[in-house]
Design a protein around this ligand. Structure first.
Ligand SMILES: [Cu+2]
Length: 408
């Protein structure tokens, strides 16, 4: 997500501080692909290596793997605000259990950290599997569903809650309590989260962005403290995205106008003019508009306050670019490994809920059918799911109910 300037040849991150990671999710995140090839850990290296286009197989006659068991009741995903105290505790305990449980897919990692690794590596330049393109919503829908099944393996009563940040939009919202996600970062502790079940010392980060030189093993948050995201998105902004009839448009990247692409609008990129790939920082869009919706929520939680330049936005092309002071604050949710902050899942469940509202309103008119980047076409088999024996294409994600759940 970067509306900061990222001209090629000029280091995006001037100093080797935590801010480097910001380049990741926020800025772009794509660095991973190239880096993933050589830096993935251990025995999982082969599996984690982004695959070439040749590996992409259409799911064609592959069995649908997301169909619920016949007769199984649909899982109900509730708003965080509607959870009972017991449900909050059960959810947290299931997350903590996944952080301890050995991964069936990656030697030496926990189940939880495998998801973090996949998300990080999905930003790679070679295979930008899950962001900055049409598969943004389908890719995350599958990730969330797999994650939810893992939670339910630990506790069959648990489902994935969603955080409606248009309503629960303050630092006192139900999501930030000590019995759930914990609170804001502590300025006296380097903005480390020091409250709740995921506090510093109780929740240890294992997966870091490739360009993160600091590698702080704890969650950093600066709720609403970054100049790029002082307020969470509004219901009006969500509605404006939902009103866009076209799912996505060529060139199937951040370079499409947010007025012509529901995906681009909801992902949150504005006025991007160029994408460049750096082996460490990954793909970096150069954008001149503010981050909105999905991107802005990541930045609001993170407290991202690094990038010095912003330009005119879609809404006000005449706005004069201005310069902000840079700081070193760089929160976990702004990195490519943002699932290290468990609020990631609650945020993305809300994005997934909005995706379903769009599908219900406009029909399953996913684009592109073909001609897009590999992994983003209608019937492409998405990475990394195709490496764990799960054939999942965008076309298989058009109905939450077919995937076994619904939103309350
Ligand atoms: Cu993501």
């Amino acid at each position: 997500m970067s509306d900061r300037e990222t001209s090629p040849g000029r280091p995006v991150m001037g100093r080797a501080t935590r801010r480097a990671a910001m380049g990741g999710l926020a800025a772009s995140g794509l660095a991973m692909a190239a880096a993933g090839i050589t830096r993935s850990r251990g025995a999982f290296a082969q599996e984690a290596t982004p695959v070439s286009a040749a590996d992409g197989m259409a799911h064609g006659d592959a069995p649908a793997r997301f169909a619920p068991e016949p007769g199984a009741p649909l899982l109900a995903r509730k708003s965080v605000a509607a959870l009972t105290p017991q449900e909050r505790t059960d959810y947290v305990n299931a997350v903590l259990a996944l952080k301890r449980k050995p991964s069936p897919w990656a030697d030496g990692l926990s189940v939880y950290d495998t998801f973090v690794m996949w998300h990080r590596d999905a930003f790679g330049c070679a295979v930008m599997a899950g962001h900055m393109g049409p598969a943004f919503m389908p890719w995350h829908r599958v990730l969330l569903r797999l994650y939810e099944e893992q939670l339910r393996d630990v506790d069959p009563e648990v489902t994935l809650p969603y955080w409606d940040w248009t309503v629960d939009n303050g630092t006192g919202a139900p999501v930030w309590t000590d019995d759930f996600m914990g609170g804001n970062g502590d300025p006296a502790a380097g903005m480390a989260v020091t409250t709740g079940p995921f506090r510093k010392g109780a929740w240890e980060i294992q997966i870091f962005d490739y360009n993160d030189r600091v590698r702080s093993p704890f969650i950093v948050r600066g709720l609403g403290s970054g100049f790029l995201a002082t307020a969470l998105p509004t219901a009006e902004e969500v509605e404006a995205a939902l009103a866009i009839e076209t799912y996505d448009a060529a060139p199937w990247s951040t370079l499409v106008s947010a007025k012509r692409s529901f995906r681009q609008n909801l992902e949150g990129w504005r006025n991007c003019v160029e994408e460049t790939c750096d082996p460490e920082n990954g793909m970096s869009p150069t954008c001149t508009g503010s981050h909105d919706l999905h991107n802005r929520v990541h930045l609001w939680v993170a407290g991202e306050a690094v990038f010095a330049e912003e330009g005119p936005s879609d809404d006000d092309p005449a706005e004069t670019p201005c310069t902000h002071p840079a700081t070193d604050l760089m929160g976990t949710m702004a990195s490519n490994s943002s699932p290290n902050d468990p609020v990631f899942w609650l945020h993305h469940a809300n994005i997934d809920r909005i995706y379903q509202i769009w599908l219900d309103r406009h029909g399953p008119n996913y684009q592109p059918v073909s001609g897009g980047p590999w992994g983003h076409n209608l019937n492409d088999s998405m990475w990394p799911y195709n490496h764990i024996g799960l054939l999942a294409s965008p076309a298989m994600t058009f109905s939450t109910e077919a995937m076994g759940y619904r939103y309350e």
